[in-house]
Design a protein around this ligand. Structure first.
Ligand code: AQP
Length: 355
């Protein structure tokens, strides 16, 4: 039985300063996966248009995210790093997926509901169709694994739904052209052109929450800078933000159960665990019974120790704009070849008249 070749794909939007949530929830995983898989990492600039259509500095923000990838340790020679808009096949496949996916599926997305707010009728069509473009980003490479934070879980389920519907709708043509790959869906073995991509989510830092409100995720678009630790923050800012982070008056518990109903405490413990690459249980073993007056300085020291080298590298790499642009251009060319190979077959499957 042939199988899909394992391939990792993920993306980050150039919508502002990267924060600790992006770093622990996504980028650190990108770096770790490089040792075991072929990886494609993309700055998803077309996606960012759903947040803000007119950008003063979209090019520089795209370069800044690229610099963060490289500074964190992603190797652009062994893997592929590029920005989405260079490879037009993403948008082409997204259009096809717009015709495969159902409006009801999009309407159910919690990210759409959150971002559209009360005035949904006035939200852009792009915001509604965001998950369809995300599915295209992944499936134009027939990627099998996607490392993301927990907030993207629903979008990845939708990516699987789109792949499955495409495979079903075109099953005869896929079989006729002999371009299907066998895969397991539950108990059944089915033949499809697109893989049912697996999310890679998990660990203690899959969803880092705001430092000001343990019920909201840490986000680039939160108006309060105190809510997040930016990858570009200096040591003083990191320490100040952790010192001011909202907590409760109790000491840290010795066991995980003791964090129930204490979202801010749980968040800080998760951040420590993510940075130290240990479990939350191990953090509580060390700090159980201690007050935040002891835990917060230890967390601040750890955050500075882990983030300062990344921030320094980011500054150095950002200073070499020609290098960053060359990485994106080279990555775009390599990604474009892979994407075009997929699209040639997709056009055949659909029956579009080709040159
Ligand atoms: N708080 C978080 N905890 C863990 N992972 C997170 N991610 C984002 N926030 C957290 C993960 O980071 C990757 C890139 O995210 P993105 O920039 O493409 O999109 P986003 O999820 O919309 O990020 P933000 O920071 O919340 O931006 P805004 O404020 O613009 O919406 C993804 O893998 C994401 O899961």
């Amino acid at each position: 039985m042939t199988a899909f070749k394992p391939l990792v794909f993920s993306g980050v939007q150039p919508t502002g300063n990267l924060h600790l949530g992006n770093y622990l929830g996504a980028i650190k995983k990108f770096v770790a996966l490089q040792d075991t898989s072929d990886c494609i990492y993309c700055v998803v600039d077309l996606h960012s248009l759903t947040a803000q259509l007119v950008h003063e500095d979209l090019k520089d923000q795209t370069r800044a995210i690229t610099a963060a990838f490289l500074a964190s340790g992603i190797d652009p020679r062994k893997h592929i790093v590029f920005n989405q808009s260079r490879v037009m096949q993403h948008a082409e496949l997204a259009w096809i997926f717009n015709c495969v996916a159902r409006i009801g599926w999009m309407n159910r997305m919690t990210q759409f509901k959150d971002k559209a707010g009360k005035d949904r009728e006035n939200a852009s069509l792009g915001l509604l169709a965001y998950p369809s473009l995300m599915a295209a980003d992944i499936l134009v490479y027939r990627a099998t694994h996607v490392p993301v934070g927990d907030d993207q879980k629903q979008h990845l389920e939708l990516t699987r739904d789109i792949a499955q519907k495409f495979n079903n709708d075109f099953s005869d043509r896929i079989a006729g052209l002999g371009v299907g790959v066998e895969m397991k869906v539950g108990e059944e073995t089915v033949n499809g052109f697109f893989p049912l991509t697996e999310p890679i989510i998990g660990g203690p830092a899959a969803r880092i929450m705001s430092l000001r409100d343990g019920s909201k995720k840490m986000s680039k678009s939160d108006p309060s800078d105190l809510s997040r630790i930016n990858l570009t923050d200096d040591a003083d800012s990191i320490s100040k933000k952790i010192r001011k982070a909202k907590t409760d008056p109790e000491a840290l518990p010795g066991e995980l159960d003791g964090l129930a109903g204490r979202p801010e405490a749980e968040n800080l413990v998760g951040i420590y665990a993510g940075l130290a690459e240990i479990s939350k249980e191990a953090v509580l073993k060390e700090f159980g019974g201690q007050q935040f007056s002891v835990f917060k300085p230890a967390l601040a020291d750890l955050a500075v120790e882990k983030l300062a080298p990344v921030a320094g590298e980011m500054r150095r790499i950002s200073g070499d704009r020609a290098y960053v642009d060359a990485v994106l251009s080279d990555g775009g060319e390599r990604a474009g070849l892979l994407a075009e190979a997929t699209m040639k077959t997709v056009r055949d499957i659909i029956g579009l008249l080709q040159g």
